[in-house]
Design a protein around this ligand. Structure first.
Ligand SMILES: [Zn+2]
Length: 450
């Protein structure tokens, strides 16, 4: 049994596993048919609303939604602008004059569709335009969860530019469209407990509705319509990130089990993306405390283990009252994933921030500048932070000693979890004339696009 198959079986439902026991010929991709509709939670939980204002240009159809089946109730007397609120435990729909048009019991899920939706009619919720329909359901706190329900391709129109700007080359956008479509298809139901499939934030994918669409990103969706990535018949969990920092990572070195298509590759396409972050010992201690770890005053930070792709596997933080070992992405989730931009980093204490080059005498970095002697004999003064030193395998940025005296500097390359496609790399490949299929096959191993 190959790796993909093994993984797929793990995540298949118990029902399908049972079916498998009796019907060995079943195909696994059946579990991942393209969804007809995607339900995006617009307002839910603490953002659920007391009042939802809904408008169209040509009127509405009002009905119920039960198990994905829409049942028409009325056209709301031709009203183009309505409001929904909870009153006496019921969800009440009123027109602009506050005349009640419909009211339904708490457990009924309502659905509003633009009467001209078949012709691309747009529906607006709180003045933001959306394709498809707006679904309203009363939550346990007596507020309204607002959901946008629309076709998969229509949903991708509203996602693509948010995940990769429409100013980028078409082939990169097409690669992004297929990655986003595969990611969505496998993520359906991620928020099922809240009554929808995906949220509109980075937790799933950023979605801005009709107002977030552009002709070029829509073209990229259209030109890859229905295409997904598979590995041995199983749909690919198409994780992507901003910049690989020169090497992507194996999935097991970041989060979880080894996936046969999320293998680290040396990435010459992603432009150099250096970052650094300074922490005081106090701020690290506070972050650890917030994460449930008690180290007391932080005294030392050591990298215990690295991956072949230079990712930190294990970081040990030593404190007066105890030591903590953080592994893989836990490091970024505790210290801040937007600050520790990737796991390809090193940690420098200010006292260690001197320059050491093989074959050269050591010099302290007090001035913030360094003199570079080139092979032709010319000498140049440059800021230390602009100097990179490479031994052919890894590239490090020289530090300028600006850290707090009692703190630590984290310095690294790349942005994101470094799994699957590097968006910056995909853009660079497209700029070199490489097509979307080759871009995807470079970042995801052993895949088929169909
Ligand atoms: Zn989400």
């Amino acid at each position: 049994m190959n790796k993909c198959l093994r993984f797929t079986i793990k995540i298949l439902s118990a029902t399908l596993m049972l079916a498998f026991a009796f019907a060995a010929t079943i195909t696994y991709s059946l579990a991942y048919e393209l969804p007809e509709y995607v339900k995006v939670g617009l307002r839910y939980g603490i953002t659920a609303v007391n009042l939802a204002a809904i408008e169209t240009d040509q009127g509405l159809q009002f009905g119920t939604l039960e198990r994905e089946t829409f049942t028409l109730i009325s056209d709301l007397k031709g009203a183009k602008s309505i409001s929904a609120k909870i009153q006496d435990g019921k969800l009440v729909i009123s027109d602009a004059n506050d005349t009640i048009l419909e009211q339904v019991e708490a457990n009924v899920v309502c659905c509003l569709i633009a009467s001209n939706s078949a012709d691309g009619g747009i529906i607006r919720f709180n003045n933001v335009p959306y394709r498809g329909s707006i679904v309203l359901r009363q939550d346990s706190a007596g507020k309204i969860t607002v959901i946008n329900r629309l076709g998969l391709e229509d949903y991708l129109y509203g996602v693509l530019h948010q995940e990769m700007s429409q100013s980028n080359p078409l082939e990169a956008l097409k690669a992004q469209a297929i990655a986003a479509r595969s990611f969505t298809t496998i993520r359906m139901g991620a928020h099922s407990k809240e009554g929808f499939d995906v949220c509109p934030n980075t937790h799933c994918q950023v979605y801005k509705g009709y107002g977030g669409e552009y002709p070029k990103t829509n073209q990229a969706v259209d030109e890859t319509r229905n295409l997904l990535m598979y590995c041995d018949g199983a749909l690919v969990q198409a994780y992507y990130h901003k910049n690989s920092g020169g090497h992507t990572e194996n999935s097991e070195n970041v989060w979880f089990a080894a996936l046969p298509y999320l293998r680290g590759v040396s990435d010459p396409y992603s432009p150099i993306y250096p970052w650094s972050a300074n922490f005081t010992a106090d701020s690290i201690q506070s972050l650890l405390t917030a994460g449930g770890y008690n180290t007391g005053v932080v005294q030392a930070i050591n990298i215990n283990e690295r991956t072949e792709a230079d990712g930190v596997l294990s970081l040990e933080i030593k404190g007066e009252q105890g030591n903590v070992k953080l592994e893989k992405e836990k490091i970024r989730s505790i210290l801040g994933a937007t600050v520790i931009k990737s796991l390809n980093f090193q940690v420098i204490k200010p006292s260690e921030q001197s320059i050491s080059l093989q074959g050269a005498s050591q010099s302290e970095s007090n001035s913030g500048e360094i003199t570079i002697l080139s092979s032709d004999g010319t000498m140049n003064q440059v800021a230390i932070g602009d100097v990179y030193v490479s031994n052919g395998k890894e590239t490090n940025r020289l530090q300028d000693g600006q850290a707090s005296p009692s703190g630590f500097t984290f310095s690294g390359f790349g942005y994101g979890h470094r799994l699957g496609m590097s968006q910056d790399g995909a853009i660079a490949m497209a700029n070199q004339g490489i097509g979307y299929e080759d871009i995807l096959k470079f970042y995801y191993a052993n895949i088929e696009i169909k």
